[in-house]
Design a protein around this ligand. Sequence first.
Ligand SMILES: [Zn+2]
Ligand SMILES: [Zn+2]
Length: 177
Amino acid sequence: MDLTSYAELAVLLINNPDRLAGLEGLRALLEEGGRHRPGLRLTRGDLDALRDLRAELVAVFEAAQSGDEADVVERLNSLLIRHPVQPQISGHDGQRWHMHLTEGGRTAEQYAVGAVMGLATLVTDLGVSRLGLCQASPCRRAFLDTSSNRSRRYCSERCASRANVAAYRARRKGGGQ
Ligand SMILES: [Zn+2]
Ligand SMILES: [Zn+2]
């Protein structure tokens, strides 16, 4: 089981606040994250819980962005206590046996366990600096920096080229030519 890939759940949640407006959006979000299963039960409670989780995950990425590693670790440890892993072997829907980080509980809780465990694994395997927020103001979308030289600054190619154009214009203006 590749736990690092679970960190994508955190990014998906942070970058899609509009999906948390209602159950329809939440269903779409879970499908995007590969977390949707037939007959999945979703409630208002799931929405509330994921909105709270999102705020906490944003705080983790902001702490990482400001270089406060101790704060990142403290926040993740607190989340790990509140969303404990309770691994179970599962084989639903004709799939081969595979591990689930937790069974039972509401859908939001399963999502939280995955996202938090993913971030904790990424941080301990690769470092806090891998948690990024896009520097192309006002974007601030979250991303995971898996580049070999940890140099990623933007969420997407689109933001990178937008930032390059802005920097070029600023240089021309400043140079007075
Ligand atoms: Zn499964
Ligand atoms: Zn961006």
